[in-house]
Design a protein around this ligand. Structure first.
Ligand SMILES: Cc1cc2nc3c(=O)[nH]c(=O)nc-3n(C[C@H](O)[C@H](O)[C@H](O)COP(=O)(O)O)c2cc1C
Length: 311
């Protein structure tokens, strides 16, 4: 396949009002605040950068040990350690503003009021393409997952954020639910412009020698290739339940994984744990998708999205 043909494939997507060069974004918490990867990845080649989850005040997260490798993935109980929104605005944002890539701020609160306050603060910042509201973190005691597992609470928190911001709003959903379609419909009704899923699946590991949990937090969030089939199923279900675009996340390690999500109905994907194994995973996935389109004579990525054939 010639380079000319490869270049002529259109990879650009529009997701909930965010215009991206390609459908490959970073997943929150696995790519720092972007700058950490600047010497390894041409950040302008990414579809979008989603930064580490931000809160109103800085947070130290949970005590160690808080990560461990598992079969086909990892468990983490970081507990949303972050610099806080003000230090982000002063120390991290100026670099991100120099990029030609949409920047999405992932954020979380401990109650509806703090979610709304954060949204108001972000609304005033320059150079932000959108907000991803984390209603799905399994590793903090208050907030997070409590909002993402109840359709009514999910509705309330997204509505409160919606009232404070005109920025594109992505609701990040938890897989730790029985009916993902009910939650997806709730946040759509509350005004989300897109949904992203999945966050990590709650898991745990035991040290047999000491008979103690391997994580200080006891439980943690499972991510990586082990969760891909679950993620794919949930993305497919969500895409059939809502009209807003769906962003697929979970165990995407290479371009073929990303294509599975796009075919199942995702308009874009986020790459998480793969960044910790191969820091260049995101850009390699962009090139892999481009090659797949060229080799199969598919001119536009939109021909792939939701193209799953069931007969
Ligand atoms: C170390 C680590 C930190 C994470 N931090 C966040 C976070 O701050 N906010 C959030 O919404 N998701 C967070 N996540 C979840 C990821 O963004 C992603 O939804 C999940 O890991 C599944 O994707 P993956 O299998 O590609 O990693 C984190 C995941 C990991 C592994």
């Amino acid at each position: 396949m010639s380079n000319q043909n490869q270049r002529s494939c259109n990879l650009s997507v529009q997701v909930g009002g965010i215009q991206m060069k390609n459908p490959v974004m970073t997943a929150s918490g696995t790519f720092g605040y972007g700058e950490e990867f600047a010497s390894l990845v041409d950040l302008n080649k990414l579809g979008g950068i989603v930064v580490k989850g931000l809160s109103l005040k800085p947070s130290a997260g949970n005590p160690p040990p808080r990560t461990l490798e598992t079969c086909g993935g990892m468990l983490n109980a970081i507990g949303l350690e972050n610099v806080g929104i003000e230090a982000f605005a002063q120390e991290k944002l100026p670099f991100l503003q120099t990029l030609d890539t949409p920047i999405v701020l992932n954020m979380f609160g401990h109650d509806i009021k703090t979610y709304a306050e954060l949204a108001e603060r972000i609304q005033d910042m320059d150079g932000i393409a959108g907000i991803e509201v984390n209603i799905s973190c399994p590793n903090i005691k208050a907030g997070g997952i409590a909002f993402g597992t109840d359709p009514k609470m999910a509705f309330e928190v997204v509505k409160a954020v919606r009232e404070k911001t005109g920025l594109p709003l992505i609701a990040k959903l938890s897989p730790n639910v029985t009916d993902i379609q009910a939650i997806a419909r709730s946040v759509e009704e509350a005004g989300a412009d897109a949904v992203s899923l999945i966050n990590t699946i709650i898991g745990m590991a035991v040290d047999v020698a000491t008979r103690r949990p391997k994580l200080a937090n006891i439980t943690g969030g499972l991510s990586g290739p082990a969760i891909k089939p679950v993620a794919l199923r949930m993305v497919w279900e969500a895409a059939r339940a809502v009209r807003v675009p769906v962003i697929g996340i979970g165990g995407i390690m290479d371009a073929m994984d990303a294509l599975e999500f796009l075919i199942a109905g995702a308009s874009a994907v986020q790459v998480g744990t793969a960044n910790l194994v191969n820091p260049r995973a995101t850009v390699e996935i962009v090139e892999g998708i481009r090659s797949y389109l060229a080799e199969n004579n598919i001119p536009d990525i939109s021909d792939i999205i939701g193209s799953l054939t069931i007969s």
